[in-house]
Design a protein around this ligand. Structure first.
Ligand code: ADP
Ligand code: ASP
Ligand code: MG
Length: 441
């Protein structure tokens, strides 16, 4: 069985939904089809939530009216029959009456905000499923809220998903297409929650891992993972093959095409992930699996919003146990460290979450001295085949970066990654310089 996920732009227009229907039924394989919300909907739902929180009912209702008008227009173009249109209209009317009911809930808490933002995926999947029914495609709609759950640390419970799907899927053996929502899940309190922005990719991979799918396909608006961020750098090109490790690094370090955690479940269960372009289905895209090409430089990604901490030992040289004590504090406050540089008496680390920085700094200060952190930093992650006998890797990177100040370097942690920390003001310049230095002939 395959799991195919279609992102916001891939379902964002009626004609796109129609072409997806053709894509998923062209061959006879059984598929779980995971859909995102229509492009723009999640942002609009969040903006409606902000207006409700600010008690600005006029603004909230105006935004709801305009979003509803968008969906009314969408369904009037999607369906071909009066029955299809009526089914679609029923979905839209039902979900919008729920959305409107949220405006009268005071106080409007995070719980309601999560229910509101889940409406994007609830709408897209029901609208699409009604379209499949109209078209006579044997399909069913499986509610993600019945099999996707996160734990108290916001980590998906894949074992739960595995058990639930093993129970639910056999009931629909006669359906070629099983449609479900990306992004949304329940939390340990049984409330509606989500896997964070861009989380539909993660849903697809969690399902793919849970059912040991033959393949997970992520369909989006670009022909695979490019060698650099196409929003910032001209002349990027698709990378045909990546290993799970390479793709995981790129996703984690900012390649927006994949949610940062997407690769984890696929890698755990060895399910290949293929990135494909809905606008150009015949393009080969990118295959993420165990094998790789021996090309030295494969791709570059960048992650913003990084803070660097500089920690000095107040003890003498040669003090062992120093690193352990530092990392225990980050562990205690559940704050992952991304990059690390050490000398005998000091350590620099980067974090992307500064929610607990005050507590971390206070505890570190009991046995270390701390410099003022550097905010607004960017990690630039270069992925490739950097095995120890591949000479000249660092020199090419540093040559490309010769005019850009580098704050930290990490090389040798794996054979596939070299990371640099720069101030975010140099990000675009660095990505372009590296593209020129590492990828132009
Ligand atoms: P979807 O809505 O389908 O999930 P996203 O907007 O989340 O799509 O991801 C696709 C976008 O990711 C592309 O349009 C592209 O602008 C951006 N992107 C950033 N870095 C990369 C990269 N290295 N390769 C491909 N796309 C990238
Ligand atoms: N609709 C959600 C978002 O916009 C999830 C996704 O598209 O993957 O973040
Ligand atoms: Mg996305």
């Amino acid at each position: 069985m395959h799991v195919w996920k279609f992102g916001g732009t891939s379902v964002g227009k009626p004609e796109r939904m129609q072409s997806i229907r053709t894509l998923i039924t062209e061959d006879n394989t059984r598929k779980i089809v995971v859909l995102s919300a229509l492009s723009g909907s999640t942002n609009t739902l969040l903006a409606i939530g902000e207006a409700i929180k600010a008690n600005d009912d006029i603004e909230a209702n105006a935004k709801i009216d305009s979003l509803k008008a968008h969906y009314d227009g969408f369904i009037s173009e999607l369906y071909n029959t009066p029955e299809g249109k009526a089914a679609g209209q029923q979905v839209v009317d039902k979900e919008f009456s729920f959305i409107r009911s949220l405006t009268s809930i005071k106080p409007f808490t995070l719980k309601q905000e999560k229910e509101l933002v889940a409406e994007g995926e609830l709408l897209s999947t029901q609208i699409f499923h009604a379209y499949l029914v109209e078209e006579g495609v044997p399909s069913t709609l499986l509610p993600a809220l019945e099999f996707m759950r996160i734990d108290a640390d916001n980590e998906p419970e894949i074992q739960y998903t595995q058990e639930k799907l093993a129970e639910m899927l056999p009931q629909y053996d006669n359906k070629q297409i099983v449609v479900t929502q990306g992004f949304i899940c329940r939390n340990p309190r049984g409330e509606v929650d989500n896997l964070k922005r861009g989380g539909s990719d993660y849903t697809a991979s969690l399902i793919g891992g849970a059912i040991r799918a033959d393949e997970i396909q992520i369909w989006t608006d670009i022909d695979g993972m490019h060698n650099n961020d196409p929003r910032i750098v001209k002349n990027t090109f698709p990378v045909r093959e990546l290993t799970f490790d390479e793709a995981a690094e790129l996703a984690y370090f900012g390649a927006k095409i994949l949610h940062p955690s997407t690769i984890t479940p696929a890698r755990m269960f060895g399910v290949p992930v293929r990135l494909k372009n809905t606008m150009d289905p015949s393009a080969p895209g990118t295959l993420i699996a165990d094998r790789t090409s021996d090309q030295v430089f494969k791709a570059i990604a960048a992650k913003d919003g990084i803070t660097a901490l500089y920690i000095h030992s107040t003890r003498m040289l040669n003090a062992y146990g120093f690193l352990r004590r530092i990392f225990e504090i980050f562990e205690k406050y559940k704050t992952p460290v991304d990059m690390l540089a050490t000398s005998e008496v000091s350590v620099s680390v980067t974090v992307d979450n500064i929610d607990r920085i005050k507590e971390i700094s206070d505890e570190l200060s009991t046995f270390c001295s701390l410099e003022e952190p550097d905010y607004d930093q960017t990690i630039i992650c270069i992925v490739g085949n950097f095995s120890a006998d591949n000479e000249g890797v660092a020199v090419r990177v540093f040559n490309a970066m010769k005019n850009i100040p580098i704050r930290m370097i990490s090389y040798g942690g794996t054979e596939s990654n070299l990371s640099l920390l720069v101030h975010s003001r140099y990000k675009a310049e660095a990505l372009n310089a590296l593209n020129e230095g590492l990828f132009s002939a």
